[in-house]
Design a protein around this ligand. Structure first.
Ligand code: CA
Ligand code: CA
Length: 116
């Protein structure tokens, strides 16, 4: 079992999942075709109780896989400004928190993301 597979095993759990990145490139599977993980499936709730908390994300080396297209998501600064929150905005009344990229500021999907 690769580490990527191990991450996939935990997909969709209603829990906070912390991923500690290692020195080599990783792909974080936060969605598959037609399925968004860490979505509480309540369009009126921001889904703050389940999201992937990713440490040491490096957009040059690592990859976050998401379902849909970049238009479905938005990146925003955390309340402290030190980290980046990844939100699902498509078909949501209240944007859904999918991931927190700890201690990195990322403002575009140009690098480090793939959409399936
Ligand atoms: Ca929600
Ligand atoms: Ca969520």
């Amino acid at each position: 079992m690769t580490f990527t597979n191990w991450i996939q095993v935990f997909r969709g759990f209603q829990r906070l999942f912390t991923v500690i990145n290692f020195a080599y490139p990783l792909t974080f599977i936060l969605g598959d075709v037609g399925q968004v993980y860490y979505d509480d499936n309540d369009i009126f709730n921001a889904g703050l109780s389940d999201y992937a908390f990713i440490l040491d994300f490096n957009a040059v080396e690592d990859l976050i896989q998401l379902a849909g297209s970049s238009m479905d998501y938005r990146l925003g600064a955390s309340s402290t400004g030190a980290s980046t929150n990844l939100w699902l905005q498509a078909s949501q009344t209240e944007d859904e928190l999918i991931a927190v990229l700890d201690q990195v500021q990322i403002s575009s999907f140009d690098q480090g993301f793939s959409f399936v």
